[in-house]
Design a protein around this ligand. Structure first.
Ligand code: NCD
Length: 311
């Protein structure tokens, strides 16, 4: 296992199975469900500063990073509206990164272009966390997804997970599929034929001999422990007509309760548009709000690791 101090968190492929499990184990130490005494981590990273660079919209990722950083005592600088910065005056991406690099101890970046986080890490001397780069990856979401699966199933082996919706443009499902390929997990892909899991990710599953299936409809007898529903990523479509044609294919309504009653757990990275009817929210097996909360613990653990306060 490589050292975590000073490390960039850019691509889930950079992490071994052992490292993924180590992060998940550490996240438990920040989760009130597992920590008996009411413990404050406020002194852990006191005096350190997180620099947030959100070139693209976010609710959960940005706010949970803000909350996680403050829970471990960090200060926060940054922006979520690039138009309010000197980028508006024509400042280059690398100059913006260089400046933020000199004001903070780690950078957390979200950007609409694939590869932007890697580019930032090449310029910055301090560790950089990818909070989503276009349709490419979203590794901290993947870690919180794994953490949620582990918490809900009490294991990460011998389970079946169905990923549904926009498997073409959804960065969360790309990185999750790769991460799950380290474990004995069967993956089921459900999408419109035009939104299938891209070949580059299927290739990884084939190389690792992971069992998977593809469907263009929700199978009536879906045999899975989890269904990971996703939003059709409107902002990634060049053609709005095409988006409208495929956007409403997989809406989970009231009749989906029968699956939940049978024990299937429903996840979603959120935000949802209309793909999960709020009538399902109260069901104990609808775990998407718990999933979002789990992001706090995973992000607290990661910040402590890359800033070298926990080894
Ligand atoms: C996801 C994202 O930004 O990729 N949201 C998130 O970070 N929780 C999913 C999405 O936008 O559909």
């Amino acid at each position: 296992m490589g050292p975590f101090k000073g490390r960039d968190i850019i691509d889930i492929n950079d992490f071994s199975k052992e490292e993924l499990l180590f992060i998940l184990k550490l996240a438990k130490k920040f989760d009130p469900q597992y920590v008996r005494r009411k413990r404050s981590n406020y002194l852990l990273l006191r005096g350190k500063i997180a620099g947030l660079l959100f070139f693209e919209q976010s609710t959960r990722t940005e706010q949970s990073f803000r909350s996680a950083a403050q829970r471990v005592g960090m200060g926060i600088i940054g922006f979520n509206d690039p138009e309010s910065t000197s980028i508006h005056k024509g400042e280059s991406f690398s100059d913006t990164i260089r400046i933020m690099d000199s004001y903070a101890d780690c950078l957390i970046i979200r950007h609409p272009e694939s590869g932007a986080a890697r580019q930032a890490a090449d310029v910055a001397e301090i560790p950089v966390i990818n909070a989503g780069d276009g349709p490419n990856q979203h590794p901290t979401q993947t870690l919180l997804d794994l953490y949620t699966i582990l918490k809900e199933a009490a294991k990460l082996e011998n389970i079946t997970i169905a990923l549904m919706g926009d498997l073409k443009y959804g960065r969360t499902v790309h990185a999750l599929s790769i991460a799950l390929s380290h474990f004995k997990v069967k993956q089921i892909f459900i999408s419109h034929p035009s939104l299938k899991m891209p070949e580059e990710f299927i290739k990884i599953l084939k190389e690792r001999r992971v069992e998977y299936e593809e469907f263009d409809n929700l199978p009536a007898r879906l045999k899975a422990d989890f269904l990971y529903q996703t939003r059709v990523q409107k902002e990634r479509f060049n053609n709005l007509k095409e988006y409208k044609r495929v956007k409403d294919q997989f809406i989970l309504g009231k009749d989906f309760i029968k699956y939940l009653d049978k024990g299937l757990k429903l996840m979603h990275p959120l935000p949802r548009v209309n793909e999960i009817d709020p009538v399902l929210d109260a069901h104990p097996n609808a775990v998407y709000f718990k999933q979002a909360r789990n992001g706090l613990y995973v992000r607290e653990a990661l910040l402590a690791l890359i800033l070298g306060r926990i080894k």
